[in-house]
Design a protein around this ligand. Structure first.
Ligand SMILES: [Zn+2]
Length: 293
């Protein structure tokens, strides 16, 4: 799916779309009773009608400005060790790189890699396993990291998580990492917004060109059922209260504006506009008649 924001071209490229957990397994507030009023619109795109499970795409946004070619988040990747996550463990599937190539971009063409945060499904293709060694997948890119997120990922690594060791450290050791502030601006087109809660160093990435605006929201919101209930934080938020506060503030800032929200895990087409609805929000997807909330 191709989008344009002023003279910025954006390709939304899915790595996978899996049927994941039951909502209340990840979102304790999303009990079957609490979710019942919303199933009519959550099915079939966001909740699988057959199993009641969350439908969970994993994707990257390939961004081309007049000056730079940028990847926003790098999905799960291949051969990564995630024994607790069978769907994402030891993958061997080059679809993402093939689809980036089909959009006319080779790995060596990427100028910047920007991860909203350093979880397994957002930093995986930072590296790939070549001859038994993890090497940066995008050899000419600068990988921009926030120190808060590096510290958190390293700490998670000490507890046994594989992301830092497999997808971050090899980039730093290759000299391709660059630490930036959580409100860093790359130029007049691309700027970060601190959105902590899911992780300490989580950022949203704003794209601005010719008066048009979009923002990639990373994992500050996962599912459309958080639109009516921004306070429903998932168990995998580092600070669930902070996550809820950030989520509501972010949705309020977008609601009823022309800014396009590019989500990570909403069902395809994943992008659209936020509107106010009662105490919460709704989402009008781009290029189709699907509305959630
Ligand atoms: Zn995610």
């Amino acid at each position: 799916m191709k989008l344009e924001i002023g003279d910025i071209r954006i390709d939304r490229i899915e790595e996978s779309c899996d049927i994941s957990n039951l909502p209340h397994e990840d979102f304790p507030d999303a009990t079957p009773e609490a979710l019942a009023p919303y199933l009519e619109w959550l099915k079939p795109a966001a909740i699988d009608p057959a199993t009641g499970r969350i439908i969970m795409p994993v994707q990257t946004y390939l961004v081309r400005t007049r000056h730079h070619t940028i990847l926003l988040d790098t999905c799960v990747g291949n051969h990564k060790h995630h024994p607790d996550m069978p769907l994402w463990n030891q993958r061997d599937n080059y679809r993402l790189l093939e689809d980036i190539a089909a959009a006319g971009v080779r790995p060596e063409d990427i100028d910047f890699v920007m991860c909203s945060h350093l979880h397994l499904d957002h930093a995986g293709w930072n590296t790939q396993l070549i001859d038994g060694r993890w090497v940066p997948t995008f050899p000419n890119a600068k990988y921009l990291f926030c120190q808060e997120e590096l510290d958190f990922a390293q700490e998670e690594g000490r507890k046994g998580d594989s992301v830092y060791g497999e997808s971050v450290q090899p980039v730093l050791e290759a000299g391709l990492g660059e630490v930036v502030a959580m409100d860093f601006a790359l130029d007049d087109n691309i700027m970060l917004e601190p959105t902590p809660g899911h992780t300490p160093g989580h950022v949203a990435t704003h794209l601005v060109s010719q008066g048009k605006r979009a923002v990639m929201s990373g994992d500050l919101i996962h599912s459309p059922f958080q639109l009516p209930h921004p306070e429903w934080s998932p168990v995998y938020d580092w600070d669930r209260a902070m996550g809820a506060t950030t989520r509501r503030r972010f949705l309020e800032s977008l609601a009823d504006t022309d800014t396009l929200m590019m989500s990570q895990h909403f069902p395809a087409p994943s992008t659209g506009h936020v509107f106010s609805k009662g105490d919460g929000f709704g989402f009008r997807y781009l290029g189709c008649d699907m509305v959630h909330g």
